[in-house]
Write a new protein. Structure first.
Length: 84
């Protein structure tokens, strides 16, 4: 961000869409949750797509260095080490 001076926001992400259910499953896998996730099929599932453009960041030469799964695992490890 040292090279960004525009007033408009920029989206920071990987540029790939991930479904909420897929994300929940990934988190369960990382933390070792063996229960089940139950969704109510009669309720709306939210916004069909949550993907935002990362074109501005990419144009400035930025690319993510951490994959989603690795980032979740690192965050969870940090939490386990720092939570009292």
């Amino acid at each position: 961000m040292k090279n960004y001076s525009d007033r408009q926001h920029v989206n920071v992400g990987c540029g790939e869409d991930v479904a909420i259910r897929e994300l929940a499953g990934l988190i369960c896998d990382v933390v070792g949750f063996e229960g089940s996730i139950v969704a109510d099929g009669d309720k709306p599932d939210g916004t069909p797509r949550k993907l935002l453009s990362v074109a501005k960041m990419q144009a400035m030469g930025w690319t993510p260095k951490t994959a989603l799964r690795a980032g979740i695992a690192q965050t969870y490890a940090w939490y386990l080490e720092n939570h009292e």
